[in-house]
Design a protein around this ligand. Structure first.
Ligand code: FAD
Length: 427
């Protein structure tokens, strides 16, 4: 597989995951050639590259980022940071998105990563070759010319908060109001005086409904989760999920009640998509699950392809760090070799069965939440890395609890370490 001068690694995307990949591949020059990072944007940062435009970019590609103007992180910077690169010190914990973009630029500068990134390059095709290497076709967007290159390893870092998923609603074609997805939400000004229904109450649904409540007459946060036990603005109510559209502005909800709205905003999440993977790669997405992956990361049939950051409800940057270092080790250390294809598939099946037995639906297979810590610890132990800092898990849990009951206030929280080394709320 190796050309003798080290493995040739292709990284698809220069968001946080792709940057983390470039940082660690380039640091192990004994084993790897200089990584090649293809990025279709003209800037690094992926999700964190705010674009006030919606729709298509200058080259006709869909705008990638779902970032909105006033967005502040829902995780504190102490939890978000890569383990080997803290955020610059500041009293604030929940940062405006521009600060995360600057942090990623600093990460890039600190580890001299820009030399590896090719901007305005869209990966169009990845194909397995008979010798198990990878053919990659890349379009240079300004000139539209297409070039080919061969790699030993593919790191898929194209993100999964870009392609909107619209939950189905019966007779939705009857609706005559504004219909949009949170991917295209930028700020609340256009909702002034409107009645707005937001469908879905995950992080974006909650955050955006609070913003819109500042301008709208009435906000309905429609969802089938347990009720959020927090005080909400007086013009915002939680109601059951939407079932059917019954008139140009009317919807029936899961409990049979009705609402009349001017706008329906889908906050129903995103699709996993890998349009550049040729059929030879044999990657499928079923029930919001990417298959066949071992540890949500390695392609069981083509283990020289890995997908960073597929799981949801995680702390993404530390997660990328552990996934990446563990995976690189499996490529270079004979003692850390991956199990056989059959064993990797059996391990994934076992995990799926365990989760089904716990009542977790198939479509939530990649949802981690509390189990992310054991996952990262396991990878760290297998790759001889320092385990995740327990203070980070403790702060994550502290914030999780505060968010539940103090939705409108928790982003003003600041934290400090007490004498026993635990994070406490700064009073
Ligand atoms: P992305 O950042 O999406 O980067 C993928 C990159 O791949 C992009 O630059 C894209 O242009 C490029 N690309 C895609 N296709 C191709 C192709 N064919 N060829 C070349 N390049 C390609 N995380 C937190 O930790 N804290 C938060 O508070 C938080 N808030 C969020 C709020 C919103 C609204 C969203 C959408 C996400 C939020 N996240 C948050 C999650 C965030 O997505 C991750 O933190 C992380 O930035 C994801 O990084 P990534 O590299 O996996 O993907």
């Amino acid at each position: 597989m190796s050309s003798g001068k080290g493995l040739r690694v292709c990284v698809i995307g220069a968001g946080a995951a792709g940057l983390c990949a470039a940082r660690h591949v380039s640091a192990q020059s004994k084993w790897f050639q200089k990584p090649v990072v293809y990025e279709l944007n003209s800037l690094l940062g992926g999700t964190w590259v705010y674009n006030e435009q919606v729709g298509a970019d200058q080259f006709g590609n869909p705008i990638h980022s779902s970032m909105y103007e006033r967005m502040k992180t829902n995780l504190p910077k102490e939890v978000m940071a890569f383990p080997d690169f803290p955020f610059p010190s500041s009293p604030d914990s929940f940062l405006h998105h521009t600060k995360i973009q600057s942090y990623l630029e600093q990460y890039c500068r600190h580890f001299a990563l820009d030399q590896f990134i090719q901007y305005n390059k869209k990966v169009e095709l990845v194909q397995v070759q008979p010798d198990q290497s990878w053919l990659v076709k890349v379009q240079d967007l300004p000139s539209q010319s297409v070039a080919e290159a061969i790699f030993d390893v593919i790191l898929v870092c194209n993100g999964h908060y870009s392609v909107p998923y619209y939950a189905p609603i019966s007779n939705i074609e009857r609706f005559q109001g504004i219909r949009m997805h949170s991917h295209d939400y930028r700020n609340p000004t256009r909702f002034q005086g409107m009645n707005v229904a937001l469908l879905g109450a995950a992080a974006s649904g909650i955050d955006i409904s609070l913003e819109i409540a500042e301008e709208a007459t009435q906000v309905y946060l429609c969802h089938n989760n347990p009720s959020i036990p927090s005080k909400l603005p007086t013009n915002m109510v939680q109601v059951p999920g939407i079932v059917e559209c019954i008139s140009p502005q009317g919807f029936v909800l899961a409990d049979g009640s009705k609402v009349q709205v001017d706008c329906l905003l889908y906050c129903t999440g995103y699709e996993f998509q890998f349009p550049f993977l040729d059929g030879s790669c044999q990657v499928k997405v079923e029930n919001r699950t990417v298959k066949p992956l071992y540890k949500h990361l390695v392609h069981c049939e083509h283990p020289t392809m890995a997908f960073l950051g597929i799981p949801t409800q995680i702390c993404p940057f530390p997660f990328f760090h552990y996934q990446l270092l563990w995976y690189l080790k499996t490529l270079i250390h004979p003692g850390s070799k991956l199990p056989s294809e059959a064993d990797m598939k059996a391990d994934t099946d076992r995990e799926m069965q365990e989760r089904l037995a716990q009542g977790i639906p198939k479509r939530h297979f990649h949802k981690m939440g509390a189990i992310q810590w054991r996952y990262m610890e396991e990878l760290a132990a297998q790759a001889d890395l320092d385990p995740p800092n327990p203070q980070v898990e403790q702060l994550y849990n502290l914030v999780h609890g505060r968010r539940k009951t103090k939705l409108t206030q928790y982003k003003a929280d600041q934290f400090e370490l007490d004498h026993s080394g635990k994070f406490q709320l700064r009073q």
